[in-house]
Ligand binder design. Structure first.
Ligand code: SAM
Ligand code: SF4
Length: 326
């Protein structure tokens, strides 16, 4: 059963945030002091998250990505994934992590039925990595990548937020990982989520990223898979991994959007940068699958045609990526 929004886009992908907590403080995602964390009771229980996933899958969602905050810091994540992966109709189960705890958890995650991992990794230089993440240990993340493959996962896809003057000198190094290690790389344009004046100075357009790689290597465009969403993908001929760009800022983005998001506090959103949201709590406490389905359908049919993040009238949203899950 195909689920479409009012602009004709197929919606088959749910991003489900399981926590607003994180063991890193990436500069583009949250302020140095962290974010105001929600009370424990405000965070959805695993039962509630499972009901949301089941309901979304029941109306046509086929792919679920678990995100956060950092999903691997929430206690009980492995048994939760085990139950989630057993939901009939779920075709793809993925998780996005900063990789810090991956080395110790990869085997359990694989056994729980998780199929794919995305790891956020913005620099291959330990000092730059520590700067961007405000103290993160690159060696742990690299050990996590190895452990994931040893456990049986395909090489994790790497999310790289490119920022001018900070890590744009590493674009080629990352591109080379698609040949050397077989990881796919997704370059993400830096989005002005943390309220910072002059954020544009960090912007590097996705087309610019691709031009820089194309100046060194031939690149072939790739066809999109059914769950690919807004990335445009290329490959260095012969490389096992692909190179994608997510051009949230420079465009070519919204027309392929295939997703909805639910935060760890039960706010459903059709668009990362829109104020439109729907509170799922009244449908969860007490639980009503019928009401939940109606809310999810409402958020899908109300999905805006495009975001206004680059427009003059755009107001910074009162959230961080850690609260909404990227
Ligand atoms: N903690 C996990 C991680 O870092 O992979 C999952 C949550 S994180 C919010 C999800 C993704 O959002 C990460 O890949 C991160 O790089 C991306 N992200 C966060 N803030 C961003 C920003 N301002 N611009 C672009 N991407 C951002
Ligand atoms: Fe944490 Fe991920 Fe945000 Fe970095 S991007 S602060 S790892 S939630």
């Amino acid at each position: 059963m195909k689920l479409t929004d009012s602009h004709g886009r197929t919606i088959n992908y749910l991003r489900l945030s399981v926590t607003d907590r994180c063991n890193m403080r990436c500069c583009y995602c949250m302020p140095a002091e962290g974010v105001m964390l929600k009370e424990h009771d405000a965070i959805l229980s695993y039962e509630e998250l499972l009901l949301i996933a089941e309901t979304a899958i029941g109306i046509g969602v086929e792919k679920v990505r678990i995100t956060g905050g950092e999903p691997l810091v929430r206690a009980g994540i492995v048994p939760f994934l085990e139950r989630l992966s057993a939901i009939p109709g779920l075709r793809h189960l993925a998780l996005t992590t900063n990789g810090l705890k991956l080395a110790e958890m990869a085997e359990d995650l694989y056994r729980a039925g998780l199929q794919r991992l995305n790891v956020s990794l913005d620099s291959l230089n330990p000092a730059t990595f520590a700067d961007i993440t405000r103290g993160g240990d690159l060696a742990k993340v690299l050990a996590g990548l190895d452990a994931a493959e040893a456990a049986g996962f395909p090489p994790p896809k790497l999310n790289v937020v490119i920022m001018a003057g900070i890590n744009d000198g590493e674009i080629i190094d990352f591109a080379e990982m698609t040949r050397r290690r077989g990881n796919s790389i997704r370059f993400i344009e830096y989005m002005p989520v943390v309220k910072e004046e002059g954020w544009q100075r960090y912007s590097v357009a996705g087309d610019d990223i691709i031009s820089r790689i194309a100046a060194r290597y031939p690149l072939e465009p790739l066809d999109k898979g059914p769950y690919a969403g807004p990335s445009r993908d290329f490959r260095i001929p012969g490389a096992a991994g692909s190179i994608g760009i997510i051009t949230a800022i420079s465009g070519h983005f919204c027309s392929d959007c295939n997703r909805i998001r639910v935060t760890a506090t039960g706010q459903a959103k059709g668009c990362l940068f829109s104020d439109q949201r729907s509170d799922l709590l009244p449908s969860l406490r007490p639980p009503s699958r019928h009401k939940l389905e109606a809310e999810l359908r409402k958020i899908i049919s109300g999905k805006p045609e495009r975001h206004g993040i680059t427009g003059d009238t755009y107001q910074h949203q009162n959230f961080t990526m850690a609260q909404i899950g990227g």
